[in-house]
Design a protein around this ligand. Sequence first.
Ligand SMILES: *Cc1c(COP(=O)(O)O)cnc(C)c1O
Length: 365
Amino acid sequence: MYTTVVEVDLNAIKSNVKEILKHTNVGVVAVVKANAYGHGAVPVAKAAVEAGASMLAVARVEEVAELRKGGLTCPIFLFGRTPPKRLDEMIQQEVSLTVWNAEQIEQAAAAARRVGKIGLLQIKVDTGMGRLGVRPQDFYPLVEKVINTQNVELEGVFTHFARADEIDTLSVDHQQACFKDILATLNARNIEVPFIHASNSAASLCRPDAYYNLVRPGIAIYGMSPSKECPLPGNYKPALTWKAVLSQVKMLPPGHGISYGHIYTTSREERIGVLPLGYADGFRRVEGNQALINGKKVNVVGRVCMDMCMLQLDDVPNAAEGDEVVVIGSQADQRIAVEDIADVWGTVNYEVVCGIGARVPRIYV
Ligand SMILES: *Cc1c(COP(=O)(O)O)cnc(C)c1O
């Protein structure tokens, strides 16, 4: 039925969310930004909520709209900046908004007044990531601003770690110390904030001191490790398989060039397969790609094209048009992990799955 397809195991997603809930024993914000790391936002979000996630998080207003349109009624948290013109819509949809300056608080309050709702605001503190967030010394005035502004509520205070996926804990220790100071300023004034959170997947696995009352795992709910230094325990399951169906198989004579630029030339008579998977699908135009066919690992040869690439099939003489090929996942006793492709591409598992093209259909099993 498909040329190439991403198959997502929603039971794996559910099981991974449950593992995190059990492991951390605090609330879970399931991070489903970037089309749920390429897995498909709405079905993954539904599975995560079913498994017990209390909130969903995304990076952009467009992603919020997709979830609400897809029927997700649970709390949604927006990590990124809300364009001022979308504030009314976001507050109308009861989205928790991230803020880091006074103007955002005023604009949110004005929008909340217009739509007749309370704006739920979470202050992000930059404790060391050097990305979004208020500098620690400017934190408290923002808290006062929220508290003293009508129509908005301080729903949360949070931060994000730069190096939680490394063995060396020094950087996280520094960020944690900074965040604890921040929280102490709230404590000293008896200010209670419903949600305090800091942990991405890496910290959710190994920094119990940073669980507070919510964790924000992304990569772990998809069953992938935050890094080589921070592997997932064996009870997490990868949810994604990427397949394609062989378009053609043929014998080519010795000295025959393969694909653009002829960077590969047959050295004898060779069996070559055409796989309908290319860089427009997110399958990168680099050397060293591999695939599984009939339970065997084979090499991609020649340049990856926009919609196709070629496989060297001498080891699989019975390979034929219509055969199923796996580029991420298992076949028989063979496996190509996302991390294997990431190594070939010189990147991380995150980028591989986020890069799977929009034209590749996602199906759910
Ligand atoms: C993406 C993101 C996460 C999730 O990170 P993982 O490493 O995938 O667990 C958590 N918090 C914030 C602010 C993020 O941007």
